[in-house]
Design a protein around this ligand. Structure first.
Ligand code: HEC
Length: 448
């Protein structure tokens, strides 16, 4: 309300000054600019790409909307942005873009990418006033450096052979085995995943198997009952070693931190490919940055799976919406949590996780009010988060198995239970953590 009033006041003031100037003469050749109220409450005669829009796009969009990244078009020039101005306005107003699903009022994260209301308003104002280019600044803004640009990795591993993605419009959930044949334990400071086919790659989960029992599964369909993966129920040495979705970049820990890659381990790659009407191929790459010496601090993983659900069985009857509750055992030691990642499939609707300490303190972990299967994000804590010994982690997930869920893979809906296939469901809560050390609360593991 105040804003409105001050805008009207400012407008009147402008009108009066303009009128005054008119009679004074020279102001006649001043541009007949429309004065607009900006979200910040200040009035502005003009909105331009270079002044207002490019900084927003560089900061929030260009990491994905650039050559060689996963978004379908680049937004790195005025022409590219102007051409899609209205489309961009819609995508940001609905908060579809940039993709960020964790509720910031519950917990904010290091890798959070959201527009402020003021930035969204600025984009709308720019579009409304003709999406003008404006003057190229005299000192060009420093180009947003490619977040993917890291030093050359020490090791590049590839899927053993290219995978032929069938052109029959089917979703593909596949398992690939990448044997490392490493003769000793390795420690890595950084891990990157580069999809071989950015157009089709949807998301990837990397796990570590030390049994070598899954080697025949290379290229198999995840969830297929004939795979060793399903038959043998092999316990992974790491159930979640690294993950990729569009916009996730390689991680590189500070010196002294690292992850273990045990001797002769196989990297198990769980890939999801989007449907395509045209056959395509993929041969993705895993790049590794090795620690020069054994790291003093190990980054490890733990995953809470369906076995920790308290209201078993994990079955979602057709035409129902069901909420499952998960409760972890008491944490056996003080932990420093680095990331959290909820995981569900297409029926997922919302996911909330928090911890309760032995003293009864409530520690929010992550809340995704509107789950989107497309964005299986890894949420990085701003500082390592201490969960004291004896804490219990709770999670609640809602699944919508009705036909109102547009993503429901079965129409009409069918009973759904646990599994790795597209039509199965999962409820995972995955953490990367370190053993707690004094002072961890001030440490950001992801700061470049
Ligand atoms: C994390 C990567 C990422 C970021 C950051 C990102 N985008 Fe996207 N964007 C994508 C991908 C991938 C698609 C295509 C898939 C889709 O439409 O869901 C897309 C699609 C779009 C579309 C088309 C939407 C549609 O309905 O098809 C628009 C417009 C868009 N992005 C604009 C933006 C703008 C503007 C920003 C920054 C404010 C942004 N994006 C940030 C990855 C990203």
């Amino acid at each position: 309300m105040l804003n409105r009033i001050s805008a009207i006041f400012l407008f009147l003031l402008f009108a009066l000054t303009a009128a005054g100037q008119k009679s004074g003469g020279p102001a006649n050749d001043a541009p007949s600019a429309v004065v607009l109220e900006t979200a910040s409450g200040k009035q502005r005669a003009e909105f331009t790409y270079y002044q207002d829009i490019k900084p927003i796009i560089d900061k929030h969009c260009a990491v994905c909307h650039r050559e060689g990244q996963a978004a379908p078009f680049s937004l790195t020039s005025y022409e590219a942005v102007q051409k899609r101005a209205r489309f961009i306005e819609m995508a940001v107003e609905s908060r579809y873009m940039p993709p960020w699903y964790a509720d910031p009022s519950f917990r904010t994260f290091h890798n959070e990418n959201r527009l402020s209301d003021a930035e969204i308003q600025l984009i709308a104002d720019w579009v409304k006033t003709g999406a003008k280019r404006g003057k190229v600044p005299k000192t060009p803004a420093v180009e947003n450096e490619d977040a993917n640009l890291l030093p050359e990795p020490d090791l590049r591993l590839y899927m053993q052979k290219p995978f032929e993605i069938p052109g029959d419009n089917s979703e593909q959930f596949r398992i690939f085995i990448i044997p490392t044949h490493a003769e000793e334990d390795l420690f890595v400071r950084g891990i990157g995943f580069q999809p071989g086919n950015l157009r089709q790659a949807h998301h990837a989960r990397l796990m570590i198997d030390t049994t070598n029992l899954l080697r025949d599964d290379d290229g198999a369909t995840a969830g297929d009952p004939n795979t060793a993966f399903t038959r043998l129920n092999v316990k992974m040495a790491e159930e979640f070693w690294h993950g990729w979705v569009p916009g996730n970049f390689p991680i590189l820990y500070p010196e002294g931190f690292g992850k273990k890659l045990p001797e002769n381990a196989d990297i198990v790659l769980n890939m999801h490919y989007s449907p395509t009407p045209i056959p395509a191929t993929d041969q993705s790459e895993v790049s590794l940055y090795l620690c020069r010496e054994k790291p003093r601090r190990l980054v490890k993983t733990f995953a809470l799976g369906e076995e920790w659900i308290t209201n078993q069985p994990f079955v979602i009857p057709a035409n129902t919406e069901v909420r499952f509750y998960m409760r972890s055992p008491m944490l056996p030691a003080d932990l420093s949590i680095a990331t959290v990642m909820p995981h569900m499939h297409l029926l997922g609707k919302s996911f909330k996780a928090y911890a309760i300490t032995p003293q009864g303190a409530f520690i929010p972990l992550v809340y995704i009010p509107a789950w989107d299967f497309k964005w299986q994000m890894i949420y990085q804590f701003e500082k390592l988060l201490k969960l004291p010994k004896g804490s219990v982690i709770y999670a609640e997930a809602v699944y919508n198995n009705t036909s109102e869920n547009e993503l429901n893979p079965s129409n009409p809906p069918v009973h759904v239970g646990y599994g790795w296939g597209t039509k199965d469901e999962m409820m995972n809560l995955i953490f990367e953590f370190l053993d707690y050390e004094e002072g961890d609360e001030t440490l950001n593991l992801f700061k470049k």
